[in-house]
Design a protein around this ligand. Sequence first.
Ligand SMILES: [Fe+2]
Length: 295
Amino acid sequence: MRDFDEHNITEAVIDSMAQAKDARLRAVMTSLVRHLHDFVRDVELGFDEWNAAIDVLTRTGQTCSDKRQEFILLSDTLGVSMLVDAINHRMPEGATETTVLGPFFVAAAPELPSGADISGGIEGERLDVNGVVCSPDGRPLANATVDVWHADDDGYYDVQQPGLQSLVMRARFRTDREGRFSFTSIMPAYYPIPHDGPVGEMLQALGRHPYRPAHVHFMIAADGHETLITHIFDAESPYLDSDAVFGVKNSLIANFPRDDRSGQPQRSLTYRFGLKPLGHAVPSDRLTISTKGNL
Ligand SMILES: [Fe+2]
């Protein structure tokens, strides 16, 4: 076939992929081409706009390095990362909801005993965290690994601070027989995602800010359960209603109560984490929002 026009070119491209051996690949690419062509027809894309899109994607790739992933940032800020997360993590009642992993997880964080101070001497408002890890039925999960990481009170992670010689404000803990773990650190602040590249330019052009509300990251793994990747957000933080990566869920917002009795301001977080058992399927038409985890 030849003489393609704006009406018949979509079917021609789809037909060209009919021999693809991988049925899933064929289905995904067919849908992609159909939506992409409909998008181009819908906005009647101009050549200057097509060139601008090619330029943005080129510079997005060029901005990536072993320390920065601008394509994930683009996915995050367009809500695609959270959409993929939502489709793949339909949670049963009693299981903690998930959110994005983010770019600041480090697999080599030190394993420390429960109760350890992970602040690394960095100054800030003291934070005491007490958590318990359970199955949705309330059964405590012993020997689960709990990775935690967070920013400092200026909104920077350790890996963003070239002057730091060691990993701080991050660690791995193990739950005890009652599923409990605890640690001390400093209160994290809200922070901007990296916005000095093409994603930052896009946000500015769209009248959007780059900020994420204050949060502590958790990744929790236990035998027989799906690994939970989530954050707990500070209920007092700005930007809860306009997170630049759309990662906030009501069930993940918690109170970090203040205690000023010692003369040294201090905050705390007490939270129950529910892990989804492996093989526990929740159908897409029955989305269940887990209850708040504040103990
Ligand atoms: Fe973060």
